[in-house]
Design a protein around this ligand. Structure first.
Ligand SMILES: Nc1nc2c(ncn2[C@@H]2O[C@H](COP(=O)(O)OP(=O)(O)O)[C@@H](O)[C@H]2O)c(=O)[nH]1
Ligand SMILES: [Mg+2]
Length: 221
């Protein structure tokens, strides 16, 4: 029998759901960002601060991914923002299907931005598209400045890198070379935006907020 190459790659189940999510968000002109980092780098703290500081300008909702518990969804809900918790029961990343289900549960009409807080690690989440508009990688200074070199995929794919916990740099308790990280990340990804911030003190956060508001404007166009 003759083989016919139809030139179409069969999409995986994850890619199909990612495409659905992406189409839904595009139709609604809503911005969706996928936050990825090691556990403890400060994703939830950053989200809670962002939601509180911008509460009069942007309406935000969160899809939370963790192996177990709804601790992070509760932290987000304490700000009055809606949050849907997904417990992956051991899986090291969120799937596009899980995000699809969570999008149905969020009050989308009442939101400008949907954040996804992915399961904490720098490896698995980088390999699964969720249909988001962009990935935001968070690296805290306590983790060391060699992480872009060691875990290149996520830095290559992200629109933004937030370098968090810069408050720890004063006093020399933590050594972290921001220039090295910037050079390594830009070598992997020329267009990555880099914002050194402290979710604790608020330092650097206005630059991140300006970027976020500009993305919302562009998505609405
Ligand atoms: N010093 C300092 N601690 C922070 C900062 N952001 C988060 N943390 C702390 O880091 C720990 C982990 O934060 P969390 O938001 O739960 O990280 P996640 O696992 O990435 O969601 C908590 O104890 C936070 O209070 C920061 O900017 N500076
Ligand atoms: Mg968290």
């Amino acid at each position: 029998m003759e083989k016919v190459n139809v030139g179409k790659r069969i999409l995986s189940a994850n890619e199909q759901f990612a495409q659905q999510n992406s189409q839904l968000l595009a139709q609604r002109r809503q911005l969706c960002l996928n936050m990825i980092s090691s556990p403890g780098s400060g994703k939830t703290t950053l989200l809670v601060r962002t939601i509180s500081d911008l509460k009069d300008e942007l309406r935000m909702g969160v899809i939370e991914g963790d192996l177990r518990t709804d601790i992070d969804a509760q932290r987000v809900r304490a700000t009055q923002a809606p949050a849907i918790q997904i417990e992956t029961q051991g899986a090291c990343h969120l799937s596009a299907k899980q995000v699809n289900d969570a999008l149905e549960q969020l009050p989308l009409d009442a939101l400008d931005v949907i954040f996804i807080e992915n399961v904490g690690n720098l490896v698995c989440p980088s390999a699964f598209e969720l249909g988001e508009n962009g990935k935001v990688v968070v690296l805290s200074v306590a983790e060391g400045d060699d992480k872009p070199a060691k875990y290149p995929a996520i830095f290559a794919k992200s629109k933004v890198m937030l370098i968090n916990k810069i408050d720890l740099l004063s006093g020399g308790l933590v050594e972290f070379d921001i220039e090295r990280v910037t050079t390594d990340a830009r070598r992997l990804n020329k267009s990555i935006e880099i914002f050194p911030v402290s979710a604790r003190t608020g330092a650097g956060m206005p630059q991140w907020y300006d970027w976020l508001k500009e993305q919302v404007r562009q998505t609405r166009r």
